[in-house]
Ligand binder design. Structure first.
Ligand code: NAD
Ligand code: UFG
Length: 348
């Protein structure tokens, strides 16, 4: 079994990605500081898989990627056990755009310094395959066209800058080591929803500030109302448009990226992972209420600082290179996300 290190593996995207990887027969070494997650997600993954995995396929170690001795232990123990880490899927990072504006140094330290520590130890142990969680927030999109990977890189928040910095570090490592690295920067658009079982899902430990978890909390009465940021954007209904992607489709994209890297020569890929379809805030709220037969009271408020009207992926690259395609529509995202919320109204 090929051993894959999953940093940030108990978090939202990491935990969902574990499923296709375990089904695909990989061994997963999961590390997480649990600054924004709990290891309970791993128990839930096992519950979903029932008896269709072996216990030695998953190990979890609590620790921080900035702790180099901790990382060294992971890599050296894997060698001692005759199962070296062959690739890393690097999810670990802080992801709140607003918090990054308030505490930029925390974001540079955690995300960028943390990634440097990880890449350094990977280099030392000759593990040169990495799938990195990048973000659509690196683009400074001001047009109403789907965004290409070659579009202008112009983040408008410290969070976005940390993603650009990590992509740049990976690009220089790639150049410096005579093309021995296999790197996939997956630039996610807006992942929402949950695994169809409702056993795992998004579990923000703090007050959520993304649209979908807020819709879920308003629907089950944990929050009073949704504030819609702006009603006069130049869009079909005046509200912001995003490219929402089902979390399990995003998980499958990681599996496809990893397999692609293993099968192909050293290279560096930048891929937009989205559906290519735009949905407005109002469309999403209305769809959620309709398919789940529930009520989401909302009120229009001021625009949020730094928001953009239209962020949708041109996903031609990812679909043609990885032979991956998103399969689940907005209705499914709403149904599965609501199922998770109802089964776990207080999180894990
Ligand atoms: P998440 O917070 O649920 O998962 C991130 C995990 O990383 C958490 O479990 C957290 O405890 C862990 N972590 C953070 N700093 C760490 C550190 N220094 N050492 C070890 N573990 C650490 O978030 P997510 O939505 O699953 O996001 C995963 C990755 O994808 C992040 O890098 C995020 O920036 C990126 N991303 C997310 C989105 C999104 O909308 N969810 C969009 C684009 C990119
Ligand atoms: N919105 C509201 N009310 C809210 C929250 C959001 O109206 O309470 C609106 C926003 O204005 C925007 C849309 O809903 O039009 C989506 O907002 P999110 O905060 O859910 O998502 P963003 O597109 O702003 O950002 C997210 C992640 C980033 C990631 C980016 C990728 O937070 O980390 O998607 O596009 F990089």
């Amino acid at each position: 079994m090929r051993n894959i290190l999953i940093t940030g593996g108990t978090g939202y995207i990491g935990s969902h990605t574990c499923l296709p990887l375990l089904k695909g027969g990989y061994k997963l070494t999961i590390i997480d500081s649990n600054v924004n997650s709990t290891p309970t997600s791993i128990e839930r993954i096992k519950k979903i898989l029932k008896n269709n995995f072996s216990e030695n396929q998953i190990s979890f170690f609590k620790g921080d990627i900035r702790d180099k001795p901790f990382l060294e232990n992971i890599f050296s123990n894997a060698i001692k056990e005759n199962n070296p880490v062959e690739a890393v899927i690097h999810f670990a990072g802080l992801k709140s755009v607003s918090e990054s504006i308030e505490k930029p140094l925390l974001y540079w330290e955690n995300n960028v310094f943390g990634s440097i520590c990880l890449i350094d130890i990977m280099t030392k142990y000759e593990c040169r395959n990495i799938v990195f969680s990048s973000s659509a927030s690196i683009y400074g999109n001001t047009s109403f066209e789907p965004i290409l990977e070659t579009s202008e890189i112009k983040p408008c928040t410290p969070y976005g800058y940390t993603k650009v910095a990590i992509e740049n570090i990976l690009a220089s490592i790639f150049k410096s080591s005579k093309n021995s690295w296999r790197i996939a920067n997956l630039r996610y658009f807006n992942p929402i929803g949950a695994h169809e079982s409702g056993f795992i899902g998004e579990n923000p430990l703090d007050t959520p500030n993304n649209l979908f978890p807020i819709i879920c909390r308003v629907a089950n009465g944990k929050m009073n109302e949704l504030q819609i940021f702006g009603k006069d954007w130049p869009t079909i209904d005046g509200t912001g448009i995003r490219d929402y992607i089902h979390i399990m489709d995003l998980a499958d994209a990681h599996y496809a990226a990893l397999e692609f890297l293993f099968r192909n020569k050293p290279q560096i890929l930048n891929l937009n992972v989205g559906t290519g379809n735009g949905t407005s805030v109002l469309e999403l709220v209305n769809k959620f209420m309709k398919v789940n037969k529930c009520n989401v009271p909302y009120r229009f408020t001021e625009k949020r600082l730094g928001d953009l009207p239209f962020i949708v992926a041109n996903n031609t690259q990812v679909t043609s290179i990885l032979k991956w395609k998103p399969k689940r529509n907005i209705e499914q995202m709403c149904i599965d996300g609501w199922k998770w919320q109802q089964k776990n109204s207080n999180g894990y």
